[in-house]
Design a protein around this ligand. Structure first.
Ligand SMILES: *[C@@H]1O[C@H](CO)[C@@H](O)[C@H](O)[C@H]1NC(C)=O
Ligand SMILES: *[C@@H]1O[C@H](CO)[C@@H](O)[C@H](O)[C@H]1NC(C)=O
Length: 433
């Protein structure tokens, strides 16, 4: 079967450094015995509804909450407080799971694949109170008390990277979710940039570690020295100039231009097997593509929600990480500007040892953005790394964590087991050694 040629990463065998291993045979058996998918009853309709409407369409309870950050961004959160078929008694206190999306993505990515396939629904049925964040600048959080995202020649709204998303947005949304749900601590599941921003939050504001019972990183992105994403590698050497040139031209929002798509698309789409919509979607050009886990029927629904918007600076910040091979704060472009912002000529490194939240990493062999070697380095530098799980499918890729046909059996079921164990405090770290 075809696999995106660019995505085939050296399949280094990695010894698992983790406990509560579910034997691979059991996973495969579960795939065969219990696989049923309900997905969508109408993909075009699903493409045109927004996230809360989509949740309501499938008869799940949904709440929309907005919070304003200290620097004026108005963020929208989506909550599924209880299940539809199970654990469906309202007002019963349930453990909170906070879900945070990736680059160019939104809360919608945790529900698009539909009941019994998408993570948010599965967790709600399992008895959790689900809160989904939306980072500044995406479809649901493109608002500010003063700044206009569409202002001509003024890019002030867009002067942020995932540093601000982690340092400001996440703490604001997490405090709000805890307040409303009446909890002191919650579980966190992040995908891609949703993991990056978590590492930013808990290293820059270590007091937030005590608010997180456990963190589950799907496709963890911190170090990117071994990144194989064609588009990001293409952008990396120009990371700083792209940002400053865009700013000069009055562009702060990352609007995938046809020029970028042509360059990256040529690399990915020379093979006829890849069908056209994939080649014209920026998300797949960054995250890669895996035929084995790909449900083509669902793509119109995915494309109706994603890409969901981001700043040029978010891309540029990742580009800096690829070029510099370190996990650092945003490089302001000159020693003097860095000195003004950080008090040092080089942007400081995020101190991963300050992250004392119990962290579980879920990664795979063919992920262009979370390469095995980068994941290993991250794991070894975290303050309290607990488990590292390689997805038992060699071709599993970056976007399969949200859209993959077998994401539940390959990833979510394990995450749920880990959350349960951490919640009940029955997870035994001694098993881990
Ligand atoms: C793909 O999605 C369609 C539409 O929602 C669904 O009917 C089908 O079962 C899915 N295919 C697989 C292989 O999961
Ligand atoms: C928590 O909720 C109360 C009442 O709903 C509100 O007055 C307070 O400002 C909230 N605190 C935070 C940190 O959101």
């Amino acid at each position: 079967m075809f696999r995106g040629r660019l995505l085939v990463v050296v399949a280094t065998y990695v010894a698992l450094a983790a406990a509560v291993e579910i034997p691979q045979d059991a996973i495969i058996k579960d795939l065969i015995d219990n696989f049923e998918s309900r997905y969508s009853d109408n993909v075009i309709e699903d493409a045109n509804l927004n996230a809360p409407e989509l949740i309501a369409k499938y008869r799940y309870p949904v709440e929309v909450h907005t919070v304003t950050t200290e620097d004026g961004y108005i963020l929208e959160m989506h909550r599924i407080p209880y299940g539809r078929d199970a654990n469906n008694v309202p007002n019963r206190k349930k453990p909170v799971v906070f879900l945070m999306h990736g680059l160019l993505m939104s809360s919608a990515d945790f529900i698009i694949m539909g009941p019994s396939s998408a993570l948010a629904y599965i967790l709600a049925e399992e008895g959790f109170d689900i809160w989904m964040g939306n980072a500044r600048g995406n479809t649901y959080s493109r608002k500010h008390v003063r700044l206009n995202p569409d202002a001509l020649l003024n890019t002030d709204f867009w002067k942020f990277s995932w540093d601000e998303i982690g340092n400001i947005d996440l703490p604001t949304m997490i405090d709000y979710a805890l307040n409303v749900s009446g909890h002191e601590r919650l579980h966190y599941v992040g995908h891609s940039q949703g993991t990056t921003s978590f590492f930013v939050m808990t290293s820059l504001r270590p007091e937030y570690n005590s608010k997180i019972i456990s963190m589950h990183a799907l496709a963890p992105v911190a170090y990117m020295a071994h990144n194989t994403s064609p588009l990001l590698n293409f952008l990396a050497p120009h990371a700083n100039s792209i940002e400053s040139i865009s700013a000069l031209m009055g562009i702060g929002e990352f609007l995938p231009s046809s020029a970028i798509l042509t360059i990256a698309g040529e690399a990915l789409c020379r093979d006829d097997v890849v069908f056209q919509p994939i080649c014209s979607n920026i998300l797949f050009l960054i995250g890669g593509w895996n035929e084995e886990e790909h449900n083509a029927t669902m793509m119109p629904a995915v494309f109706g929600h994603t890409p969901a918007g981001s700043s040029v600076r978010q891309l540029a910040h990742y580009g800096q990480g690829i070029a510099g091979k370190e996990f650092r704060r945003y490089d302001q472009g000159s020693s003097l500007s860095n000195y003004r912002v950080y008090g040092s000529f080089k942007p400081p490194r995020y101190d991963l040892s300050k992250i004392t939240t119990p962290v579980f990493l879920h990664y795979s062999d063919s992920d262009p953005l979370a390469h095995v070697e980068d994941v290993n380095r991250l794991f070894s530098e975290l303050g309290r790394p607990i488990g590292k799980f390689r997805v038992p499918m060699a071709s599993f890729s970056h976007l399969d964590y949200t859209y993959g046909i077998h994401a539940k059996a390959l990833v979510y079921d394990r995450v749920i087991n880990l959350i349960r164990a951490m919640d009940a405090n029955t997870f035994n770290e001694m098993d881990n050694n």
